[in-house]
Design a protein around this ligand. Structure first.
Ligand code: URA
Ligand code: CA
Length: 433
């Protein structure tokens, strides 16, 4: 087999065989195929697309390029959740204890974040003592005992994807549906999940700005998952404005605690119930979405979900007292309110800009090496569709620097107040299974 022929075949719009796809991934991962040939193939795929079979084979080949996590020692159906990324996305912190509290095992492998705010691990580490440096054995024991645990990502998960993603980043081939779908799904499958719930974001703050593109990506991922034997469902959710009120690590932990107590923001709560119901359903812990949702609502109401959060924190070294007393989380030195400059209805809160503002305060990493400040961020007081009076606070900046002029100007520029009535955007645009 020759790489030249594989490139030529895809260039001419033909379907690659299973053998050709596996040959490429194996030889590219071990360095026998050079970057320039891989680049040519990526561009050919970008322009010519891949069939459903090709997408599934590409995913499987990437899964097999590195470690595959074996979660079979955990009882029950392991369901994982993946979000394509948004601003202030606090869902994982809520969902892990919430679905665990109704009997769904949550074995979560997470990474540190790059961009707006930290990843799930960074956020959890704002709880004093909490750590994810546990052995695989301890991880599995914890999930069996308490139904939920989080561990750092194995270093050798899908090395083919790591290499290809860096290559795509510099060859204008990131935004290709078959390449994105296989990239995301390969990581989820290698992490050992039996079933996968996808949260595909759409809107100004999302990777997929247009609903049609988000739908196409969701359909591609659902199709790959089901084809390789993992039950997969997707929700397409709105990311035109940040999710919930809080954007920032410790601030989002507090928001998650509020939500688990039934006192969280409406949109975050609703999205968690929607995604959580799909997780419960895929785990066979309910006969339909209605029953799944009722179980989750009851877990919040009865305090079971909140107790599960404390157990989860404590079992990984964290101080569970934080749950009753979120004031013990890291606090920023300065809190600066932004008053509305006029009376009207909020018509726009550009998610991306709010995310960038949080990063400028120190909540996110610009590069993998940057240190983040867990205390800082932004708490919105108004969302799109809300009425605001001149002088009423739109949001609070939590900062460890006294001067926040640049961030304040950026935030003012990203929020529009309109004289006419505005509707809140709908949160769940579609569901795909
Ligand atoms: N996220 C991924 O993990 N892979 C892609 O290709 C794009 C976004
Ligand atoms: Ca949030």
């Amino acid at each position: 087999m020759r790489m030249y022929d594989i490139i030529e075949k895809k260039r001419d719009g033909k379907e690659l065989s299973r053998e050709e796809i596996h040959y490429f991934i194996e030889k590219y991962t071990n360095g026998e195929i050079p970057d320039y040939q891989a680049s040519a193939l990526m561009m050919a795929i970008y322009l010519r697309d891949m069939t459903t079979e090709e997408r599934a084979e590409l995913t499987t080949a990437m899964v097999e390029s590195g470690d595959q996590i074996d979660l079979s020692a955990i009882e029950g159906i392991k369901v994982d959740k993946h979000s394509t990324g948004g601003v202030g996305d606090t869902t994982t912190l809520v969902l892990a204890p919430l679905v665990a509290s109704v009997g769904v095992p949550v074995a979560k492998m997470s990474g540190r974040g790059l961009g707006h705010t930290g990843g799930t691990i960074d956020k959890l580490e704002s709880i004093p003592g909490f750590h994810v440096e546990i052995s695989n054995e301890e991880f599995i024991n914890l999930v069996n005992k308490n139904k939920a645990a989080v561990i750092g990502q194995s270093g050798n998960l899908t090395p083919a994807d790591k290499k290809l993603y860096s290559l795509r980043d510099v060859t204008a081939t990131v935004s290709s549906i078959p390449l994105i779908a296989s990239s995301i799904m390969s990581k989820k499958i290698a992490s050992g999940a039996d079933a996968i719930v996808l949260d595909v974001k759409t809107g100004a703050g999302a990777f997929m700005k247009e609903l049609e593109d988000a739908k196409e990506l969701a359909e591609a991922m659902v199709s790959i998952g089901n084809r390789v034997g993992r039950k997969t469902m997707a929700v397409i959710s709105d990311m035109s404005q940040p999710l919930g009120f809080a954007v920032g690590n410790a601030l989002e932990v507090k928001e998650a605690i509020d939500t688990l107590k039934g006192q969280g923001p409406e949109d975050l709560t609703e999205l968690c119930l929607t995604l959580g119901s799909q997780m419960v359903l895929l785990a066979d812990e309910a006969k339909d979405m209605e029953e799944a949702r009722a179980k989750l609502e009851q877990a919040i109401k009865s305090g079971k979900a909140f107790e599960q959060f404390k157990l989860f924190i404590e079992s990984q070294g964290g101080d569970p007292a934080v749950a009753d007393n979120p004031d013990q989380l890291p606090q920023a030195e300065y809190q600066v309110e932004l008053p509305a400059v006029k009376t009207g209805t909020i018509s726009e809160i550009v998610a991306d800009e709010v995310g960038t503002s949080a990063m400028m305060l120190g909540a996110g990493r610009a590069t993998k090496e940057s240190k983040i400040d867990l205390a800082v961020g932004i708490v919105l007081h108004k969302k799109i569709g809300d009425y605001v009076k001149e002088g009423e606070p739109l949001l609070t900046i939590h900062s460890n620097q006294e001067k926040v002029d640049e961030v304040r100007d950026k935030l003012y520029a990203s929020i529009k107040i309109s004289d006419s009535d505005q509707k809140a955007p709908s949160l769940v645009h579609d569901k795909i299974s």
